[in-house]
Design a protein around this ligand. Structure first.
Ligand SMILES: [Cu+2]
Length: 123
C-alpha cells in the first residue's frame, strides 16, 4: 500500500512538472525575437551574431567603464552606455552590419541579418 501511495505521488509530481513546462515554454519562445550582445572587458560578446530579419538586438554594458554601440555605416548609434545600460536596434533588412565602440574604436562587432524565411532570399 505504501508503494502505491508513493507511486501516485511521483505521477502527480511528474504531471505538475509537465504543466509547469507547458506554462514556461510560451514565454521562452516569445523571447526568441530578441538577441543580446553583452559588452564585457572591452569586447562585444558574441562578437558576431547571426539573426533573422525583424530581430531586436539589445546590447548590454556589463563592463565597468562606459561604451557605445555605433554602426560603421551610421545606421544606428547609442548614447554612452554606463554599466548595466542597454541599447536596442531592430534589424529589418538582411545584410551584414558592422559596428564599433566610438570611445574605443578597436572594439568591433558585427550582426549578420538573414532573411526571415530561408526561401524568401532566393525569390
Ligand atoms: Cu568602449
Amino acid at each position: 500500500m505504501t508503494t502505491i501511495v508513493s507511486n501516485i505521488c511521483i505521477v502527480t509530481a511528474l504531471a505538475a512538472t509537465m504543466l509547469a513546462t507547458a506554462l514556461i515554454f510560451p514565454a521562452a519562445s516569445a523571447q526568441a525575437a530578441g538577441t543580446e550582445v553583452k559588452i564585457d572587458n572591452f569586447t562585444f560578446v558574441p562578437q558576431r551574431a547571426t539573426v533573422k530579419a525583424g530581430t531586436i538586438v539589445t546590447w548590454i554594458n556589463d563592463d565597468d567603464i562606459p561604451h557605445t554601440v555605433a554602426s560603421s555605416t551610421k545606421l544606428f548609434k547609442s548614447k554612452t552606455l554606463d554599466t548595466e545600460d542597454k541599447f536596442s536596434f531592430t534589424f529589418t533588412t538582411p545584410g551584414f552590419y558592422e559596428y564599433f565602440c566610438s570611445l574605443h574604436p578597436h572594439m568591433t562587432g558585427a550582426i549578420l541579418v538573414e532573411a526571415a524565411t530561408g526561401s524568401s532570399a532566393a525569390q
